[in-house]
Design a protein around this ligand. Structure first.
Ligand code: MN
Length: 203
């Protein structure tokens, strides 16, 4: 768990993102956040608090409540704990674009340990094993999920999978449809329509 990669990639004189220098307040529960991020591509950033930082994955298609969906999740650098509240514009440079908070809440290990330390111990072991199981208490995402590392792939490829429980759905799930139509990113996309591809039919 280190923020050095996170800090190397960013110029904090230029970006409003947290530098990760503040010491976090101890809270009783572990936090998670899912940020929707319009950078060169629209994607979702899935972050779980663990040992004072946010362990992070970029999920191109966004999460799903349908257990049949296995959503690719690329593990990225740990982010500072304060990043869980970050939303806004990242100016030109690393990750340039807009970030909004899509869902947030608390989470536990799969055994729902009441004690944060034993929860973190189990989660650390799962992370190391490449098989991380947890329970989310968000507004949109609830119940059991797993992040499973893909073997024989680039070592940062994981799958985000919903477990079958009372929060699982069988119909198709599209995180974009669960996003407010007038969210900051959607407003921006509306104001900046993709330029028409002229000549695309003439080749
Ligand atoms: Mn991102």
């Amino acid at each position: 768990m280190s923020l050095s990669k996170y800090q190397q990639k960013r110029n904090f004189a230029n970006t409003p993102e947290p530098a990760g220098k503040s010491t976090k307040k101890k809270t009783a529960a572990l936090s998670f956040v899912i940020q929707r991020h319009k950078a060169s591509h629209l994607h979702y950033d899935f972050r779980l608090e663990l040992n004072g930082v946010l362990v992070s994955w970029a999920v191109p298609k966004g999460p799903s409540l349908n257990p049949a969906d296995k959503r690719l999740a690329m593990k990225v650098e740990d982010h500072p704990y304060d990043y869980k509240d970050f939303k806004g514009v990242i100016p030109e440079g690393y990750g340039a674009g807009i970030v909004e908070i899509w869902d947030k809440g608390t989470y536990t290990d799969i055994d729902k340990s009441e004690d944060k330390n034993s929860s973190e111990q189990k989660l650390r072991a799962g992370l190391k094993k490449g098989d991380l199981k947890f329970v989310l208490h968000g507004k949109k995402l609830k119940g059991e999920f797993a992040l499973v590392k893909l073997k024989n792939k680039e070592d940062n490829s994981w799958l985000l999978i919903k477990h079958r429980d009372k929060y699982a759905v069988d119909k198709s799930y599209d995180s974009e449809k669960e996003t407010l139509k007038n969210s900051p990113i959607n407003k921006w996309l509306h104001d900046h329509p993709k330029p028409e591809k002229k000549n695309s039919l003439s080749t």
